[in-house]
Write a protein that binds this ligand. Structure first.
Ligand code: PLZ
Length: 447
């Protein structure tokens, strides 16, 4: 069994509610939030955080909640993980910023070396660092266009790549991400995704369908890049059928199309491999990472084939803050934690524990359409048993039930009918099981 290093002043690893949720202090702060923050910036739970580590979130009223979300797959090593805290404290005292393009510093180079070493593919690689997932995706597209001299980009049904103008266009779902925010960037196309529960196609069949769409609607001679999440995140934790990704990659290689894997949500041990592409044995031309890279500090990267990464003109990539030294120090400590604490193995253990518990529920409840996912990225798709239609109402009722009882549960999916579990790998198994038991209780309460 792998052992996760624990915070020095670790919170008691238990769920404990001392008020109704939200408690009075959170209610008061929410009133301030509503008076100060745009209503367009929503909150899943109206509960304000005080301190977070291990598998619990302590709120400002003293309630201790079970964390099954990791801030959307970010604090995979745990929030305020010990090595990260130490590295950030050291770096913040040395210098906070130079702009890498003005005065470079070693941590940026070390993060690039680590990503070149860890990402799939033994070929010569280069990396560039950015601030957010969406910014890195935009840069991957810029790089692919520079490398190929072509302009079109194809993304997939149910795909999610961000909220900036270009990445909004790449994102599939309209509400809440795109509605009213157009016009979108030109030369973005969409192909059908492999969705085994709903299309019944094998990987090669689904790939042939996608390739037909691409060839008939875009043309390989116009296509700079294909971008895909190896397991879709916001779209519903959709795992393509085996063989789908390798067939797409092979087609891209034959047609001078850059294959971009968006591993922003799946990367860094999350799926029981350092990167989800490893599960299918594929080596993308470019791989985009963020979230789990730096233990909660904002950092993102594009890593890939040296010839592709070096194709924009000198000075063509950059930004004021990209690869901020504090974020880089955090990333180095985070990566060390993945490797030294063997968190890839810990993610596999989380899969066994979580799937085992969810299966007990599924065995007696036909509304569980499918349990899927890998590692610490596990989902339950909820359906109407008679028709197989997505059941978004049940999904939100269960999520609300859990949140009211101090279990942070996220949902996702184009049809809003998927419960997703993204616990930090620092969560004790007992707490994970307790949280999942509450999910089943929520389903029983909504029978
Ligand atoms: N690509 C695969 O999962 C971010 C979005 C939450 P940023 N996912 C969480 C929300 O509602 O905004 C994500 C992702 C994949 C790109 C992104 C974008 O990463 O760091 O949020 O820009």
């Amino acid at each position: 069994m792998s052992v996760v290093e624990l915070a020095v002043d670790q919170l008691p690893q238990e769920r404990k509610l001392v008020t109704d949720l939200p408690g009075p202090k959170s209610v008061e702060l929410m009133a301030r939030k509503e008076a100060a923050v745009s209503t367009a910036v929503g909150n899943l739970m109206p509960v304000f955080a005080q301190k977070i580590n291990g598998g619990v979130v302590l709120d400002i009223d003293g309630n201790s909640l079970i964390d099954l979300g990791s801030g959307i797959a970010v604090t995979t090593v745990g929030s305020s993980a010990p090595r990260v805290v130490e590295a950030v404290q050291q770096q913040v005292a040395e210098f906070t910023h130079t702009c890498f393009m003005v005065t470079p510093y070693e941590p940026y180079v070390a993060v690039a070396e680590a990503l070149n070493r860890l990402t799939p593919g033994t070929f010569d690689k280069r990396t560039a660092l950015f601030n957010s997932g969406a910014e890195a995706v935009e840069n991957a597209v810029k790089i692919a266009r520079a490398a190929t001299g072509k302009t079109a980009v194809v993304a997939f049904d149910h795909g999610y790549h961000g909220r900036t103008n270009l990445t909004m266009g790449l994102t599939s779902k309209n509400v809440p991400y795109k509605d009213g925010f157009g016009p979108f960037a030109p030369e973005i196309y969409r192909a059908p995704m492999s969705y085994p529960l709903r299309d019944g196609l094998s990987g090669p069949e689904a790939a042939a369908r996608a390739i037909t769409t691409v060839e008939s609607q875009i043309g390989a001679n116009n296509l700079a890049a294909m971008i895909i999440e190896p397991i879709q995140g916001e779209g519903g934790f959709i795992e393509p059928a085996p063989g789908f990704l390798p067939a797409l990659l092979a087609w891209c290689r034959e047609n001078d199309v850059i294959f971009i894997a968006d591993e922003i949500q799946t990367g860094f041990a999350r799926t029981g491999a350092m990167f989800a592409c490893e599960n299918e044995g594929i080596e993308p031309d470019l791989i985009v990472t963020a979230k789990g890279i730096a233990g909660g500090l904002p950092l993102a990267a594009v890593t890939g084939r040296a010839d592709v990464m070096n194709s924009p003109k000198a000075g063509g990539l950059g930004g004021t803050y990209g690869g901020n030294p504090i974020a880089c120090a955090a990333a180095l400590a985070t990566i060390k934690t993945y490797e030294q604490d063997n968190l890839v193995e810990r993610a596999r253990e989380v899969e066994t524990v979580a799937k085992g518990r969810l299966q007990l529920w599924a065995d007696t409840d036909p509304r569980v359409g499918q349990i899927r996912g890998r590692g610490a990225m596990i989902a339950v798709e909820l359906v109407e048993p008679a028709t197989g239609k997505p059941d978004a109402k049940l999904t939100s009722s269960i999520a609300s039930y859990c949140r009211a009882r101090g279990v942070i549960v996220l949902s996702c999916g184009t049809f809003g009918n998927v419960l997703r579990f993204l616990p930090p790998l620092s969560i004790p198994n007992e707490l994970l099981l307790e949280g999942l038991a509450e999910v089943e209780a929520g389903a029983r309460a909504n029978a």
